[in-house]
Design a protein around this ligand. Structure first.
Ligand code: SF4
Length: 129
């Protein structure tokens, strides 16, 4: 959680980095991986899919039903637990749209770094690569 807090504290620098084109899709993947690490230990995660908004989209957040592979990559999304949010939004939706346009990033498409958007390569033991 400390690393996520650091990321949130550095929000201004991240946005400035983005505007200086130093921010890449790899950075989005790193943020998503850190968020997913938190979700994997959260009591609300649904690894089987019974609470997922879309069938077959596990692991998802049991609070909102969103597919975590997409949710964690959305820089304008925040943890959906209103009582105990475990990670924060880093950008506004408009900022996120600008950023994704500038770095050519589509949260719904595979990237060169991961070559997959499925579950951040979640392993059977719950770890991810
Ligand atoms: S988004 Fe928040 S509430 Fe949902 S699984 Fe992740 S940490 Fe838990």
């Amino acid at each position: 959680m400390g690393k996520l807090f650091d990321i949130f504290q550095k929000r201004k620098e991240i946005f400035e980095g983005i505007m200086n084109t130093m921010f890449t899709s790899k950075h989005v993947e790193e943020i998503a991986a850190k968020r997913m690490e938190v979700c994997m230990t959260c009591p609300h995660i649904d690894k089987e899919g019974s609470k997922c908004f879309l069938p077959g989209s596990a692991p998802c957040c049991g609070h909102c039903g969103c597919k975590l592979a997409f949710m964690t990559r959305s820089l304008s999304s925040a943890c959906s637990d209103p009582e105990n949010p475990r990670w924060e939004a880093l950008l506004s939706p408009d900022e996120e749209a600008d950023v994704n346009g500038k770095i050519g990033y589509d949260p719904g498409q595979p990237t060169q770094e991961t070559n997959s958007t499925d579950n951040l390569n979640v392993q059977p033991d719950g770890s991810y690569i």
